[in-house]
Design a protein around this ligand. Structure first.
Ligand code: FUB
Length: 338
């Protein structure tokens, strides 16, 4: 199915561009867009939201997604193609439930799709599936990536060819249950939120075959402007979920959602492992509880892909969007009011 966002009844925004900040597809619900440019084309790897009839709770059981559809477009504002089912839970040998926010990487002729999914013990792990095509279909490995846990993988390939996976998410994403390096099912559901250090996102170097972690999983520290690690109670700044890494003018920008305060924020560092210093808000809250994004350069401009609930008004039935990301001369990002 192909949709022309500009011709689908979208209203023009203040710039007069109809496609900006409008749902990219309207036939299915999509969220958590990880955008990449391959061979001069834009590919979006989103979650595929469905109405599963499961009541809302803090564990996110109502996000009961079962497959992925990959979207593609030749230009920002052009036709958006839904390339059909690229990976289905029924074809993942270790699957329990809930296919959440994916990402993709390309190396040596193969596309690697990374996806969070609960295993048969109801613990989130991160799997990998491969395809010779950016739109799939993808074939899943028999088991999740050894040592992986929690949700929201985002893979960044540096100029030296090393690839890193950033991952993790609090509450429903279970990151708070991994404090000791082992899964603790008895950990309180919505903690920590006190004076202890904030729980950090995780990063791991990927092996040359892109299917394993090549080194230990490390916790990422976000510092405040005084160089002190953020505290767990600081929920307008601390990491919650949806991490993304991009590089701009030699610096590493780690951006993420603050979860229960619904902001997309960013922090900057000089190493892919961090630490990163908190810098500011990228996007104010969208409609819906979750906010999740990716940042990509295309033809000399930077774009942010994100989601809201414009089409449904329901927090678990979202629609992906794109708008331009603007920077100040010092590299700081101009806050977007969606
Ligand atoms: O789509 C399910 C979850 O909601 C994602 O994994 C989170 O980042 C949030 O967007």
């Amino acid at each position: 199915a192909a949709t022309d966002a500009a011709a689908s009844g979208a209203k023009a925004d203040s710039t007069g561009k109809k496609y900006l900040a409008q749902p990219l597809v309207r036939d299915i619900y999509t969220a958590d867009p990880s955008a990449h440019v391959f061979n001069g084309k834009i590919y979006i790897y989103p979650s595929h939201d469905i109405e599963a009839g499961i009541p809302e709770n803090d564990k996110g059981d109502h996000f009961a997604m079962r497959d992925y559809h990959i979207l593609s477009m030749d230009s920002i504002g052009g036709k958006v193609t839904d390339n059909g089912v690229a990976l289905d839970t029924k074809d993942i040998p270790w699957a329990g439930r809930q296919l959440w926010a994916p990402d993709v990487a390309f190396k040596n002729g193969t596309y690697y799709l990374y996806f969070p999914l609960k295993d048969k013990q109801d613990v989130f792990r991160i799997g990998v599936a491969t395809s010779p095509s950016p739109t799939g279909p993808f074939k899943a490995e028999a088991a999740p990536i050894a040592g992986s846990f929690s949700i929201d993988p985002a893979v960044f390939a540096d100029a030296d060819g090393k690839a890193y996976m950033y991952f993790g998410g609090l509450w429903g994403g279970q990151l708070q249950r991994w404090a000791t390096g082992k899964y603790n099912a008895a950990a309180p559901e919505k903690k920590p939120d006190g004076n202890e250090p904030a729980v950090g996102a995780r990063v791991a170097l990927l092996s040359p075959d892109m299917k394993h972690f090549a080194g230990p999983v490390k916790e990422i520290t976000i510092l405040d402007s005084l160089g002190k690690p953020l505290l767990a109670k600081d929920n307008t700044h601390r990491f919650f979920e949806g991490g993304w890494l991009h590089k701009y003018q030699g610096k590493y920008y780690f951006s993420y959602s603050t979860g229960d305060t619904h902001l997309l924020v960013y922090a900057v560092g000089t190493s892919p492992y961090g630490p990163f210093t908190y810098k500011g808000v990228i996007m104010k809250p969208v409609e819906g509880w979750t906010t999740h994004h990716s940042i990509v350069e295309f033809k000399g401009k930077w774009y942010i892909f994100y989601h809201d609930t414009q089409l449904s008004g329901k927090t678990w039935l979202r629609n992906v969007k794109v708008t331009e990301l603007k920077r100040n001369p010092d590299g700081s990002i101009v806050t977007i009011t969606p």
